[in-house]
Design a protein around this ligand. Structure first.
Ligand code: GTP
Length: 204
């Protein structure tokens, strides 16, 4: 891969237990961890380089804690994000209401942040359709209204996980990187852009 390197800040938001950490695990480490659920405390950070055409895009992914206890902290992590993956659990209607809360926040405070709605745990619906707690058409209408992309993923099987992050990276190159270049006089050398958030710390 040649060409300039681009760094995109991506934040994952959503109610606790919807599967944000599992989504990152699947995407970055191609694995699905079984065992007792461990909630994220604060936030966790991971970076992954992804190819978009001849570019290497480094996605800096912030996995925030879903617990409302950490709500104020999650606000810190979406600052300056160019993409937000707002997750809800396809089997849990209340998690979709929480997703709407985060969408409203982003629309109010981060208008340059592109929004990706992500319905998680689609494998549970494969097992039993009656477990769907969020109507697909309602979410599709909502996604159209807020101009968001919509994905239904499974971190257990890997369904649509790579596609989701690939779309985030492609949109970043297509819309945001060029916007940044034209904003700065004479353009910028993207390979020289630093990523301050790489130095931040995280834990699960
Ligand atoms: N069947 C199934 N279970 C999943 C999937 N993704 C996550 N889970 C399970 O859902 C539970 C919560 O997953 P996490 O990834 O820890 O959820 P989270 O959104 O990061 O939770 P917080 O850190 O509290 O915000 C765990 O028991 C996971 O094993 C999935 O795609 N399919």
């Amino acid at each position: 891969m040649s060409g300039p390197r681009v760094d995109a800040k991506v934040v994952l938001l959503g109610k606790e237990y919807v599967g944000k950490t599992s989504l990152v695990e699947r995407y970055v480490h191609q694995r699905f961890l079984v065992g007792p659920y461990q909630n994220t405390i604060g936030a966790a950070f991971v970076a992954k380089v992804i190819a978009v055409g001849d570019r290497a895009v480094t996605l800096g992914i912030w996995d925030t804690a879903g617990s409302e206890r950490y709500e104020a902290m999650s606000r810190i992590y979406y600052r300056g994000a160019r993409a937000a993956i707002v997750c809800y659990d396809l089997t849990d209607g209340s998690s979709f209401e929480r997703a709407k809360f985060w969408v409203n926040e982003l629309q109010t405070f981060e208008e340059n942040c592109r929004i990706y709605l992500c319905g998680t745990k689609s494998d549970l619906l494969e097992e039993d359709r009656r477990r769907r707690g969020v109507d697909f058409h309602d979410v599709q209408d909502y996604a159209d209204e807020i101009k968001a992309e919509l994905f239904e993923t499974s971190s257990k099987t890997g369904q649509s996980v790579d596609e989701l992050f690939q779309k985030v990276a492609e949109d970043y190159v297509r819309f945001t990187a060029f916007q940044l270049m034209t904003e700065e006089k004479g353009g910028i050398d993207l390979s020289q852009k630093s990523s301050p958030y790489f130095y931040s710390c995280c834990h699960h």
